[in-house]
Design a protein around this ligand. Structure first.
Ligand code: PEP
Ligand code: MN
Length: 365
């Protein structure tokens, strides 16, 4: 029917990475709504040439009841059809064994486990058990709370049932004070995951991090700059009337342009001369880190002496006026040196925290 229907792409995530087909691009609507919407989205996405896997939510875990909770199993044949027409492998979110069974029955190629499911080890285990003996690619989103161990633990559950085509999705974390993002990215947690499990591809989900379309490109580019392996982005034919997550979806054409505009950088410089220049910079950084370490150790040594003094004189560790003075001086000095207020505040608070710990341990002696 359409020109795409040549041969179905093989969905071997791990091989793609090995063959340097980075980034893996996953796109599609937040939710399957109607057959026409699924097919038209798939066709228009396929035409961009910037998609490897089509996504669509069938069962939607919504925060509040009454919101659209997904079209259910009747949407699965629509995805089958989209796959036949475009040749794209299709991905669906699963949260329990019955979802897995239906997806396997309808030839879904890739499964993902949502953030609200990853928080619950019982649910992840149920999905893992339903997949025993079926080596289908499975992507595990980070849990909604910033808990690295829970995310790694979920991945271990999937590995233990024999799944080998696994990937992680970084979709950000719920946070009470967050103003810009729907889910605060906390990139360091995804980086820690990559460090702990370097063999697992890391896919970034700008849509659920941002919650709004104007920030998507910036987040997607950052993920590429951090050497992430792929992106999953929500795309809808008429984003503003989407039944779920309207504010963060973009049309297939906007998506295609956004992907074309991404700058994909190399891991290593090609030129050997350039590499030795980088090594020189890194030596300088190592020396400065060494100095920072020495200075921090000296600061903590004095903190312990102050702790002893306060103990002998029966004084409280925290003296709010002194702390306020240190904080303000540090911030204004840092800003003068061109450092961001946010960064410098985090640093001094963390140093102060450790200083209190050190004094506390002296007092306990
Ligand atoms: C989704 O991908 O549509 C979804 C529900 O995402 P998350 O689990 O990240 O909230
Ligand atoms: Mn969504």
């Amino acid at each position: 029917m359409f020109e795409f229907n040549k041969n179905l792409k093989k969905c071997m995530m791990i091989d793609w990475i090995k063959n340097d087909k980075k980034p893996i691009l996953i796109a599609g609507p937040c939710s399957a709504e109607t057959e026409e919407q699924v097919i038209e989205t798939a066709v228009r996405l396929a035409k961009t040439g910037k998609i490897d896997i089509l996504r669509a939510g069938i069962w939607k875990p919504r925060t509040r009841p009454g919101a659209f909770e997904g079209i259910g199993a009747k949407g699965l044949p629509w995805l089958q059809k989209a796959k036949e027409i475009t040749g794209l492998p299709v991905a669906v979110e699963v949260a329990k064994a019955s979802h897995v069974e239906l997806c396997l029955e309808f030839g879904i190629d890739v499964l993902w486990i949502g953030a609200r499911t990853t928080v619950n080890p019982f649910a992840v285990q149920e999905v893992a058990d339903a997949l025993r003996g079926v080596n289908i690619p499975v992507l595990l989103k980070n849990p909604i709370n910033p808990d690295l161990a829970l995310w790694l633990g979920g991945m271990e559950r999937l590995q233990k049932v024999g799944l080998t085509q696994l990937g992680a999705i970084h979709r950000g974390f719920s946070s009470a004070g967050e103003k810009i993002y729907r889910n605060r990215p906390q990139w360091q947690i995804a980086i820690d995951f990559k460090t702990a499990m370097p063999q697992i591809p890391m896919i970034n989900d700008p849509s659920h991090i941002c919650g709004r379309r104007d920030l998507l490109h910036k987040v997607a580019q950052k993920a590429m700059d951090l050497n992430f392996d792929g992106l999953i982005i929500e795309s809808h034919i008429t984003p503003d009337t989407a039944w779920s997550d309207a504010a963060q979806q973009i049309t297939p054409e906007v998506y295609g342009q956004m992907m074309a505009d991404l700058i994909i950088r190399q891991y290593d410089p090609k030129d050997i001369k350039e590499k030795s220049k980088l090594e020189r910079f890194r030596k300088e950084i190592d020396m400065i880190d060494e100095e920072i370490m020495g200075i921090l150790a000296s600061r903590m040594k004095i903190a312990r002496e102050i702790g002893l003094y306060k103990k002998e004189n029966n004084m409280t560790i925290l003296q709010s006026d002194r702390w306020k003075e240190v904080l303000e001086k540090f911030i204004s000095r840092g800003v003068q040196s061109g450092l961001s207020e946010e960064f410098i505040t985090r640093i001094i608070k963390s140093i102060h925290d450790e200083s209190i710990e050190q004094q506390e341990s002296v007092m306990e002696e």
